[in-house]
Every structure is written in C-alpha cells, then in structure tokens.
Design a protein around this ligand. Structure first.
Ligand SMILES: Nc1ncnc2c1ncn2[C@@H]1O[C@H](COP(=O)(O)OP(=O)(O)OP(=O)(O)O)[C@@H](O)[C@H]1O
Length: 261
C-alpha cells in the first residue's frame, strides 16, 4: 500500500494540476516476463492532467518497464490502466536523432509522421526549436551539437508528436551537472507553456525534487509504489526545505536499495 510520507498538497505555480481529471490511472498493475518473478506488482497510481510526476527507484526496479506499459510499447500481465486516447510521446537518455538530418529536419520528420504538410512543418519545427532555445542552431546536424543541445532537439521532437502525455526515461542522465541544471530550467518552462502531463524517470533524487510536483518511489523485486511525496512551492524556493526533502527521500531510497543489496 502507498505510504504517504509528506502530505503537502500545494501545487507548483500556474501549472498546478490539483483537481484536474486523471490523465493516467494504474490499477493493481503487474508485469512478469515469461515465467520469471514479477517485475511489477500491484502498482496503483493516478497522474492528473498537466501534472509533473517524478518516478524514482533503484536500478532494475522496473521504471522503464512501467513507462513502456504506459506508452503501449508493452502490455501488463495483471491489472488495468487508463491512458490518454491520443497516446504518449517518449524521450530517452539517448537523443536517437537521425545523424543525416539537421535539428530542424529531425523535428520536421516527427511532424511528417503525423501528416503535417510541408510548409506547416517548416514553420512548426522552427517554433518548437525556438521553444527549447535552439532557434539559432536549427540547421546544424547532431554531430555539430553538444549533448545538451541534442537533448533539446529530442525534446522538441517529442513535443512535435503533439501528445498530451510525455514520458521521459532519464533524459538528462548522460549530461554534466551544469548542463543538466540548465535543462531543468528549460523543461520546467516548456512544461508550463505546453501544459503537458509528464512522467519523468530518474535515479537522481535532487532532480526528482527539482522537477516533480510529486515524487513516487518504486521498490525493487517486485516494483511497487512504496512511498510518495508532494513537492510544494516552498521546496522550490527555499533551498533548506528542498535539501531536507531530498535527504528524506534519499534515506528512503537507500533503505529500498539495502533490502536487495
Ligand atoms: N523484455 C524483457 N524480458 C525479460 N526481462 C526484462 C525485460 N525487460 C526488462 N526486464 C527485466 O525487468 C527488470 C526491470 O527492468 P527495467 O529496465 O524496467 O528497470 P529500470 O528500473 O528501468 O532499470 P534502470 O534504472 O537500471 O534503467 C530487470 O530485472 C530487467 O532485467
């Protein structure tokens, strides 16, 4: 059963999602591969429209498996889920850009797959690259861009899919700390401007507290939601409060990791 450790329900600024309709509902969701032990068991969670939820857990606890199920790439072995009819866009640690296309070409490709006409594609791709602060480099190809810039293109490409739900699987894990901090600011701005529902998988507690309105912790073997924290505006504006919350969550994560060490 979900353990509510901190019950602050304030939401963040204009993008507050309290009271909105659910975007994703997971009910007693389970997953096992073949005859192996269950990877996920009895996952119960609701993510509201426009909410930013960070999903935290030890390596191998099933975070990516859960995102794959939510995206429809995989199916659960037990339980039920509700996801937006329009589906989800995915963003991974590796930008997976087409190396022969420019930044703009990569974003246009996602628009083309949605059936957007050529003239509109050009305009829309430029707008999306502007949104992620890459308007000045839209003609560069991936090898001419830094890791952080490539992830900005990947974010613009995910937004081009025009899905209400964005699933992010450790998208900034390979970046240095300064670039990651910059991209946190960018992502927060993009989230507020676009109103997307975001589920963001990370190993990094600081990142989860920096970005999430809520942090969910998955246990290992089997993966279950064992703890949940609401992140308030105070945590965002007061480094002391953020530090205390980060310490709490880290202690709980360590406890989970120790159980299976
Ligand atoms: N297709 C598959 N077939 C069999 N086992 C799988 C498959 N996909 C994942 N697993 C197993 O499920 C478990 C959870 O894997 P998953 O990648 O979801 O974890 P994770 O929490 O995302 O890990 P990490 O944080 O290291 O990326 C692992 O033990 C993995 O080996």
């Amino acid at each position: 059963m979900t353990e509510l450790l901190i019950a602050e329900t304030e939401s963040r600024g204009e993008a507050g999602s309290a009271g909105r309709a659910p975007a994703v509902v997971l009910e007693n969701l389970g997953k096992r591969f073949g005859s192996g032990a269950p990877v996920l068991e009895d996952i119960n969670a609701t993510v509201r429209q426009g909410e930013f939820v960070a999903l935290l857990g030890a390596s191998g606890c099933g975070k990516s498996t859960l995102l794959n199920i939510i995206s429809g790439l995989d199916v659960p072995s037990a339980g039920a889920l509700e996801v937006p009819e329009e589906g989800a866009a995915f963003m991974f640690q590796d930008s997976s850009l087409f190396p022969w296309l420019s930044a703009r070409g990569n974003v246009e490709m996602a628009l083309k797959l949605r059936g957007v006409g050529k003239a509109e594609r050009r305009v829309r791709a430029a707008e999306l690259l502007d949104l992620v602060n890459l308007g000045h480099s839209m003609d560069k190809r991936p090898h001419e861009l830094s890791g952080g810039m490539r992830q900005r293109v990947a974010l613009a490409r995910s937004l081009a899919q025009d899905r209400p739900l964005l699933l992010m699987d450790e998208p900034f894990a390979a970046l240095d700390a300064i670039t990651r901090d910059l991209l946190h600011n960018e992502l927060e701005r993009v989230w507020k401007e676009t109103g997307r529902t975001i589920i963001f998988v990370t190993h990094n507690v600081r990142e989860a507290v920096r970005l999430g309105q809520r942090v969910l912790l998955l246990s290992s073997r089997p993966g279950r939601v064992v703890a949940e924290w609401d992140v308030s505006d105070e945590h965002r504006t007061d480094p002391g409060a953020a530090g205390a919350l980060t310490a709490d969550i880290t202690a709980r994560l360590r406890q989970e990791i120790r159980k299976h060490a």
